[in-house]
Design a protein around this ligand. Structure first.
Ligand code: HEC
Length: 107
């Protein structure tokens, strides 16, 4: 009888411990898309100039914006939120955003 109780305790212990492990693994694994932007020409510039203030999710979760809408978004970041974006870089940033996350992105 005593043996049986001890065995059930061990089983309960194992079940609890694996539950904690599964919980920890789920909690600490970030999906890869939250960390990085898609590769491509301009990805490094966008990473350097856009991910200073927020994560790549702000870009990747947008609907497929047109070039005009991406231009407006970049100009808003610069003028309204003070993003340190040189005006000369705007075309390259918009080009990457439109081709990777905009209306021109492959399906
Ligand atoms: C100086 C900080 C800063 C930089 C740099 C920056 N942003 Fe933002 N961005 C913000 C803030 C602040 C918001 C609004 C956050 C909120 O509403 O929670 C925002 C929001 C956004 C949004 C969500 C839609 C919106 O208009 O609110 C998009 C898309 C976005 N940023 C794209 C970009 C892109 C692309 C770049 C690079 C060209 C960039 N951001 C650089 C500060 C910045």
């Amino acid at each position: 009888m005593k043996n049986l109780q001890q065995r059930s305790l061990v089983i309960v212990g194992i079940v609890l411990a694996s539950g904690v492990l599964v919980f920890a693994a789920e909690k600490f694994q970030l999906p890869p898309e939250t960390a990085k932007l898609k590769p491509g020409p301009g990805a490094e510039m966008v990473t350097a100039q856009c991910l200073l203030c927020h994560s790549a999710d702000y870009i990747s979760t947008q609907p497929r914006l047109s070039r005009t809408a991406w231009t407006a978004a970049v100009v808003k970041m610069k003028d309204k939120y003070g993003a340190p974006i040189p005006t000369n870089n705007i075309p390259a940033l918009v080009d990457y955003l439109s081709k990777s996350y905009g209306a021109e992105a492959p399906k």
